[in-house]
Design a protein around this ligand. Structure first.
Ligand code: ZN
Length: 411
């Protein structure tokens, strides 16, 4: 995916504004001696920005407009260290709403729908983002916020909500409650718009089947507007990303170089028209890939795959970038296996190798099973691991989250 002429012009405008504003990125540009961006080559020389830069700018150091133009701030949760504060102008809020409205439209949601919004309202971007898009679309928002399952279900029945917006874990909890209470016939839900947590195919199918609804994955992060910068369409072949507002790259997290379309790597985003806090080449640490080719829906907005993990979890085996999540997904596709597994990476005879330990019961041919798993990893991810199948109960269990990945190359 190449950067277009129009996008280059937009980036250049952002660069000029950042230099003039002299915020953290403006200073980076000056240090690097960059004054303008005319070509793709110029663009690829622009420095990356990181979450730490944003923390260092706390509280208002990201602001790239005079304060009278800022109408709102949002903040990412500061679980480690200082939070990040993102200032928005009226246009930023409006643009975000437009993007979110487009997400709903891609999910086939219309102004006749009633959208029950369960993500939280407040400093973070979740609830209010879903709300803005809903109002722009002209649909009816039921702004519940999180928790209070009793009331959620009451409103869902009485107001006949047709769309549920939730995290995957909350959607699953609601699905289970509905099942338990035997009230499925009173629920009018048709679609679910689910925040971009990492979630597996198994969980997705459970929510889908128990609620009997279509599911749409929405992507976004507070630093870049919030949720709503991309969503999958009805063909469910990856999330379309709104490239008229953002330019998205996939890089090799180790080298920082762009990888070819179709290969996995870290998502890096540049905002094209953001005013309050423009970000250039922001490293999200989310792992995905560009899906090559065109979508059946005819949309020309590029697509990315589901988020496969965080770049901090990445391993490089035989030159292929691998994430534990990808291995997990392959293993999960074998019903014969237990949920326990271990992945060991070692360096033998000048080559990285991966050994995968899995468990199954005695009724399965262990050798044949190992061969099938290795073949599936090869076809899905691109290298052949050594697979060892063991008897059920052999792998250690832990009350806490078990350690499953052992990188022995650096021990
Ligand atoms: Zn599509």
């Amino acid at each position: 995916m190449r950067i277009s002429e129009k996008q280059l012009e937009q980036i250049n405008t952002q660069v000029q504004r950042l230099i003039a504003a002299d915020n953290f990125y403006g200073k980076k540009l000056k240090e690097a001696g960059i004054t303008e961006v005319k070509t793709e080559e110029d663009f690829l020389k622009l420095p990356f920005s990181q979450k730490q830069d944003l923390r260092d700018a706390y509280p208002m150091g990201l602001m790239a407009v005079p304060e009278e133009e800022v109408v709102r701030i949002h903040s990412s949760s500061g679980t480690t260290g200082l939070p990040v504060i993102i200032p928005y102008t009226a246009k930023d809020v409006d643009d975000w709403g437009e993007m979110f409205k487009r997400c709903y439209e891609y999910a086939g949601i219309t102004n006749k729908d009633r959208i029950q919004i369960t993500p939280g309202y407040g400093l973070w971007t979740a609830g209010i983002g879903f709300q803005n898009g809903c109002e722009k679309l002209g649909a009816m928002a039921v702004p519940m916020g999180p928790g209070n399952t009793e009331k959620q279900l009451q409103m869902m029945m009485d107001l006949e909500s047709t769309v549920i917006c939730a995290t995957s874990s909350y959607a699953l909890l609601l699905a289970e409650e509905i099942e338990k209470r035997g009230i499925k016939h009173k629920i009018k839900l048709k679609k679910g718009v689910i925040g971009s947590e990492r979630w597996g195919e198994k969980m997705r199918n459970r929510i889908k089947n128990e609620l009997g609804i279509e599911l749409y994955d929405i992507y976004g992060l507070t630093e870049i507007y919030g949720p709503g910068i991309g969503i999958n369409c009805q063909y469910d072949t990856g999330m379309h990303i709104w490239d008229d507002y953002l330019y998205l790259e996939i890089i090799d997290p180790e080298t920082g170089e762009n990888v070819p379309d179709g290969e996995w790597g870290e998502i890096v985003i540049s905002t094209l028209v953001k005013e309050g806090a423009p970000l250039i080449r922001y490293r999200t640490h989310d792992i995905s890939r560009i899906i090559p080719g065109e979508c059946q829906c005819g949309s020309r907005h590029p697509r990315i795959d589901v988020i496969a993990g965080r770049s901090d979890d990445m391993m490089k085996i035989k030159g292929v970038n691998v994430f534990p999540k990808q291995i997990e997904e392959v293993l999960a596709s074998f019903p014969e296996l237990s949920s326990e597994y271990q992945i060991h990476i070692s360096h033998l005879d000048g080559r990285d190798t991966m050994r995968i330990y899995v468990e199954t019961n005695g009724s399965v041919d262990f050798l044949e099973m190992a061969k099938r798993i290795a073949e599936k990893v090869k076809s899905k991810i691109g290298f052949t691991p050594l697979v060892k199948v063991v008897e059920l109960g052999v792998l250690p269990r832990s009350e806490k989250k078990s350690k499953r990945v052992f990188d022995e190359r650096y021990e």
